[in-house]
Design a protein. Structure first.
Lengths: 658, 159
């Protein structure tokens, strides 16, 4: 492998690991039903075996020894189970889960950097399970390795594909090859290897009825196919898979062949191109409107018709690309059964997890950022929401608690519900806790919104300490911050004794949005329109000075005012009146003061990627047509800064850092 | 950029001036150069950052090398150039007084920096080359773009 090719190859490795591990997780859950039973689900076992086998192979190729070793151990244990030398015990199941989790961690560390976890103890644990089963191996031939069944009459082929620049130029890559093979038959095994001259080749074992014409066509595209002898069944890695229960077969290898894996960066490039088009279109419209008076009416109508058509087509194109970025929310959900299972076991509770609306689609960008908050809420539901079986029975409920995780779209909004039928939030306990940590508690019985505000206050977190100690917790304040940063909303519904429901509402996509354009002195800013509740006009003379803060009366309460000019170190306006963008709700609301509102625009959001200029309070940048950068404010972050340190939002932050 | 032509690769450098001194960066690290038009200030960015600009559709921070090296900022003129560099996956613009030459510097013409070189830029120097009576300071991009260090410098300046 040459130096240059290696990073690309690593990306492929991680992507492939993701696919295997995703599958492994579901298979393990399916395998759990076989614990302690003589009849084990062979199909599940076989497929698991193949995934670990592949993981071992590809990990070896990137020289990730820890992963190779773990996968090898897991494969060993599965081999013992396949041979019928041992019955799958609860210990064994735990070892499989723990081993898989560790394997995931090792691969994640290779990807993002950090310290590798120790793999020895889990490795040895699995080793002991294997050894314990060994003596029985010789004597017991009851369950001999299965003879391939469903593909017993189909010819098997070893197909080899060696990627080359010339082939890539024709669009032939390993993904496309995999798709073609899968379309022809069943891929029984796929292992990349490094060839003698240092390049990479992919070996597939394929069960398919191939004719000469197909083989010739493949050869032209760099795929060789070689008929295998019929006794390959002795190689464990090529054993075919029986149809498994619906849940497990859904996303099998054949289903995958219809999908193309696309690097998100390439989609971002496309999106940028469309963004450029949107900007050019705006520029053209500006120019045209200046010319209107000089153009004969009939010509003007023709131009207008074209302009409208371009608008429509551009919008279609934009929506099309956005749809490509959408992935099923099931990606978040898939890990949850794992988490619930682990935590239920830890806390000794009985919990059933129900998943709904997994095919609901949401932007890839959002998925990545929603993973931790949803994880936290699900974890909360198990540890704080659901009662123990005894408590539940005493309360007249079924001993098993239910958590429902549900996703649905309504227009441009994705709604994710995390609901449990547990004990509900106890307002008295929340108030007591809030007082104990020195939070201001409103008088009277708090409603759900007030409860949520307390739960999300920084410094709250009733039992999160243990979560944090084990290095996996984020407090409710972090959940709320994550949701707000995505221009989303978090809501709470709860009833004592009946249950709790958290509702996350998020925009489906983020890349293009409507914004209000504001001027402060000579500077221009964009404010996402969705976050502005109202624009109000106030006289500077009417502002009330409270220590170092300015306030204005607003709907019977005092609204803190954030002057953008001060944030930028510009002189305050000399105008007698200010415009205030009211953002946030309830006690979290603030008014952002600007000199002038220049209009409302559809803007293309560009990321600010470099750490040198990434600032809390600015969510991105946009171009209004003149090529200059206009910063996009993040009202939620600004409101949060005001709330946390009212006298030093953003401007003073630098001094605090230094 | 085509001026680099055949000399592109090891030993090819782009020369630029900041406050009267000539500096060099390996041309392999340079994406392109631009005239500077309009920089948008970013509140709360480090002191040596002038702001951000769009460069081929991406938001690029502008590092003012005069400020970074401890000199007074100067007004932009027709010679002012933004050198957009790529380093460790980052895209950053370096604001220089002028930049227009490509030279080939053989590795053995670069000496390690002299301890007596105590200017602000000293900490960002990888070596010193002397070519035709000219002294050229070869910069380390990595050190210029190191943000953690930037904060410490800011702290020291403040005290």
């Amino acid at each position: 492998v040459t130096q240059d090719a290696f990073p690309d190859f690593l990306d492929d490795y991680f992507a492939e690991c993701d696919e295997h591990l995703t599958r492994v997780r579901r298979l393990l859950l399916a395998l759990e039903a076989s614990v302690g039973r003589l009849e084990i689900n062979r199909a599940v076992l076989d497929e698991l075996f193949r995934h670990f086998h592949s993981l071992k192979g590809i990990s070896g190729m990137v020289e990730l020894r820890q992963a190779e070793d773990l996968a090898h151990r897991l494969e060993d244990y599965l081999r013992v189970l396949r041979a019928g030398d041992a019955i799958l015990s609860a210990d064994g199941m735990d070892a499989l889960f723990d081993g898989t989790q560790l394997l995931e961690q090792v691969i994640a560390v290779r990807r993002t950097g950090g310290t590798f976890p120790a793999v020895e103890s889990v490795g040895e644990r699995i080793g002991r399970l294997v050894n314990a089963a060994a003596p029985a191996a010789a004597s017991d031939s009851r369950l001999a390795p299965a003879v391939p069944r469903s593909f017993a009459n189909v010819a098997r082929w070893r197909c080899t594909f060696t990627p080359a620049a010339a082939l890539v130029a024709r669009g032939i890559r390993v993904d496309t090859v995999r798709g073609r093979l899968a379309a022809a038959g069943e891929i029984l095994d796929a292992v990349p290897r490094v060839t003698g001259d240092g390049s990479i080749a992919f070996d597939f074992v394929l069960a398919a009825p191939l004719d000469e014409a197909t083989i010739a066509a493949w050869r032209a595209d760099g795929i060789t196919a070689e008929r295998l002898a019929d006794d390959v069944a002795s190689t464990p890695a090529v054993q075919p898979v029986d149809p498994v229960d619906d849940d497990v077969t859904l996303s099998g290898t054949t289903a995958l062949s219809h999908f193309v894996r696309v690097d998100l960066a390439r989609l971002d490039d496309l999106m940028r191109n469309v963004g450029d088009l949107v900007i050019s279109r705006a520029r053209l419209a500006d120019t045209l409107s200046r010319l209107e008076a000089r153009i004969p009416a009939a010509d003007w109508r023709a131009i207008q018709e074209n302009a409208v058509a371009i608008d429509r087509q551009l919008r279609t194109l934009r929506e099309g690309i956005m749809r490509v970025r959408l992935v099923p929310v099931g990606e978040i959900f898939r890990r949850m059964p794992f988490v619930v299972r682990d935590l239920a076991r830890e806390t000794g509770k009985r919990v059933r997890l129900e998943l709904q609306g997994q095919s609901t689609e949401i932007d890839k960008f959002l998925i990545e950022r929603m993973m931790d908050p949803v994880l936290h809420l699900v974890r909360n539901a198990v540890s704080h929401g659901i009662e123990t079986a005894d408590e539940r029975v005493a309360a007249g409920k079924r001993p098993e608690g239910t958590i429902v995780l549900c996703a649905a779209t309504a227009g441009d909004i994705v709604r994710i519900d995390i609901a449990d039928d547990g004990r509900g939030v106890d307002p008295e306990a929340v108030i007591a806790r809030a007082r104990a940590v020195g939070l201001a508690v409103p008088a009277g019985t708090p409603d759900a919104a007030a409860l949520l505000a307390l739960l999300c206050a920084p410094g709250f977190s009733t039992r999160d300490e243990s979560d944090r100690a084990s290095g996996r917790g984020v407090g409710m304040s972090v959940v709320q911050a994550a949701v707000e940063e995505l221009s989303g909303r978090l809501r709470l519904e709860t009833e004592r004794g009946t249950g709790t429901r958290f509702v996350l509402e998020l925009p489906v996509t983020l890349a293009i949005t409507d914004a209000l354009i504001a001027k402060v002195g000579s500077e221009t800013f964009a404010v996402p329109q969705g976050s502005v509740r109202e624009v109000i006009d106030v006289a500077v003379a009417d502002l009330i000075q409270v220590e170092r803060n300015e306030m204005t009366p607003y709907r019977g309460a005092a609204l803190p005012v954030l002057r953008l000019s001060r944030l930028l170190g510009l002189p305050d306006t000399s105008r007698p009146r200010l415009h205030l963008f009211v953002v946030g709700t309830g006690p979290a609301a603030i008014g952002i003061a600007v000199d002038r509102i220049a209009g409302q625009r559809e803007i293309v959001v560009r990321a600010i990627a470099d750490a040198l200029v990434r600032v809390d309070g600015i969510s991105g940048a946009t171009d209004l047509g003149d090529g200059h950068v206009v910063l996009i404010l993040d009202p939620a972050a600004l409101a949060r800064q005001m709330r946390e340190r009212p006298d030093r939002a953003m401007t003073a932050a630098q001094g605090a850092n230094a | 950029m085509t001026a680099a032509g055949s000399t592109e690769g090891i030993g090819s450098y782009i020369l630029f001036t900041v406050a009267g001194t000539t500096y060099a960066l390996p041309s392999g690290e340079v994406r392109h150069m631009e005239m500077i038009e309009n920089i948008t200030r970013v509140p709360n960015a480090p002191a040596f950052i002038d702001g951000v600009v769009f460069s081929r559709g991406q938001v690029v921070p502008v590092v003012n090398l005069r400020a970074r090296f401890g000199f007074e900022r100067a007004a932009f003129d027709l010679r002012t150039r933004l050198i957009v560099v790529q380093s460790a996956g980052r895209l950053v613009g370096l604001l220089t007084d002028a930049a227009r030459e490509f030279v080939s510097i053989p590795p053995d013409a670069i000496q390690p920096p002299n301890d007596a070189l105590t200017g602000m830029s000293g900490r960002y120097i990888e070596g010193i080359a002397s070519i035709k009576d000219r002294l050229i300071l070869v910069l380390s991009l990595e050190r210029i773009l190191n943000f953690d260090e930037a904060l410490t410098v800011g702290l020291a300046d403040r005290v």
